[in-house]
Design a protein around this ligand. Sequence first.
Ligand SMILES: Nc1nc2c(ncn2[C@@H]2O[C@H](COP(=O)(O)OP(=O)(O)O)[C@@H](O)[C@H]2O)c(=O)[nH]1
Ligand SMILES: [Mg+2]
Length: 207
Amino acid sequence: MSILHRATFVTSAAKPEQLPAPTTAEVCFVGRSNSGKSSAINVLANQRRLAYSSKTPGRTRLINMFGIPDNIATEEWLGFLVDLPGYGYAAVDKNTREEWADVLGGYLHSRSSLAGIVLTIDIRRGITTLDKRLANWIAPTGIPVLALLTKADKLPYGQRLKASAAVQKELASIGALTAVPFSATRRIGLEQATNLIENWISPKAVP
Ligand SMILES: Nc1nc2c(ncn2[C@@H]2O[C@H](COP(=O)(O)OP(=O)(O)O)[C@@H](O)[C@H]2O)c(=O)[nH]1
Ligand SMILES: [Mg+2]
C-alpha cells in the first residue's frame, strides 16, 4: 500500500503565513484551475473526496494541506501534500489574479521543506503563459518537478507521448523535470507518479 493512501486533511489557509511552520517534506500541487489537481490528489491518495473536485472552475481559493501520518512515531507527520489555488480562471478580476501571484510566489519561497512540485497540465491544452510564468519562479529554486499531463484518457497513446515530449521541451528551464501522461479516471501514469512522490517524501535508501 502506498504511504500516500494514509493522507488526511490537516488545515486550510488563505495565505502561506497561516500554514504551520515547515517541518517535514512537503509536496505541492499547482496548475490551472480545472486542470485536474484535486482529482490527481484523490486518486494518488486512493480517496474519493480528500481534495474536492468541482465542475465549476476557480472555486478553490484556499491552500489545503494534507498530512501523511508517520506509522512509527505516531504523533508525527511523515510528510505533507499541499493543494494550492488554481490559476488562469478567466472570470476572476485583476485583484484576485495579483493575489494568486502573492500566494503562489509566497508559498514557493517560504516553504523550506518543499521536496517536490507536482504541476498539472491538461494534456489537450499544453503549456500556457501562466504555466511558463510559474516555471520561471520554480527554475531557480532547483526543486524537482513532476508535470502530470492530466486527462490523458482523452488522447490516443501516440498523441500522449507527443504532448509529453512537447512539455518536456517547453519546460526545459526546470532542470529536474519529469513529464508523465496521467489520468485520474483511467489510472494512467499512477504508479510512476506515486513512486516519484513517495520518494520525495520518504527517500528510499539505495543499498
Ligand atoms: N476525463 C477525465 N476528466 C478528468 C480527469 N481528471 C479530472 N477530470 C475532470 O476535470 C474537471 C476538473 O477537475 P479537478 O480535479 O476539480 O481540477 P482542479 O480545479 O485542478 O482541482 C472535473 O470535471 C474532473 O472530473 C481525468 O483524468 N480524466
Ligand atoms: Mg481543485
